[in-house]
Design a protein around this ligand. Sequence first.
Ligand SMILES: C[S@@+](CC[C@H](N)C(=O)[O-])C[C@H]1O[C@@H](n2cnc3c(N)ncnc32)[C@H](O)[C@@H]1O
Length: 273
Amino acid sequence: MPLATADIDFLRDLVAKHSGNVIAPRQVYMLEQRLAPLAGTVGLGDVTALVAKLRATNDRSLSTQVAEAVTVNETSFFRDMHVFEALRKSVIPDLMKKNEKSKEIRLWCAACSSGQEPYSIAMVIREHFPQLANWKVSITATDLSEEMLAKSRSGSYSQLEVNRGLPVKSLVRYFERKGSHWNAKRELSDLIDYRRLNLTTAWPFLGQFDIIFIRNVLIYFDQSTKADILSRMRRSMRSDGYLFIGAAETTIGLNVPFKRTEIDATVCYRPCS
Ligand SMILES: C[S@@+](CC[C@H](N)C(=O)[O-])C[C@H]1O[C@@H](n2cnc3c(N)ncnc32)[C@H](O)[C@@H]1O
């Protein structure tokens, strides 16, 4: 039996409250698809029973599981190659000049999903900047989903996953085969720290970053949530930092303290002075 309209509305409200993700009418089918397995895991017959339990108990942990289960986790290695080219050709060389004294570069990969994005950044650093070996370079990788963070931390990818965007040369250089999977080597994982962070609630002080990646997640928020997150990101960024959003995302119509800048074939955002 399809979900009742009142149950759909209840779930959409719950998800918006927990993760800020707006479930568009065309995505409603996803609720049933993603939540049926969760209902089974917690010993309930179907999604209608799951909603009944949520209504009756207001169970916070179950609500969180629901919100995480319906996020879109699509990602791949070197997604939108132009961004990684810009890092290699312009952004990191510029920061190496500016941060020569501190010998520190801090990156934040917000909404890292299953980790392909921070590992791609780590490969750019290891492959092209051996002179950074004695610098303090760190990538803080955060996501809402504990499940995605666990996968990222494991650094373990199937053949299908590595086939999506990872050049063979980088695969054999930076990953070790273990059974049917490929595991990231320490020289990549040593650069990355993981923590759970919900972008729509107050986040702890993480220090200031030189580069922030917040790609392919803003599309799931409403306009005021996007503006709020980006304004808070400005406060987490050094004044000469670089912000990357997804290729299909834009700040048009948002009043945010960043200006659009083109670097070769890609776009990034720099803090307004
Ligand atoms: C489509 S993936 C993007 C992954 C990667 N940034 C990329 O561009 O390939 C979106 C990620 O955003 C995360 N996400 C959704 N809502 C979030 C929130 N409120 N706070 C933090 N992460 C969130 C999801 O868990 C998911 O892993």
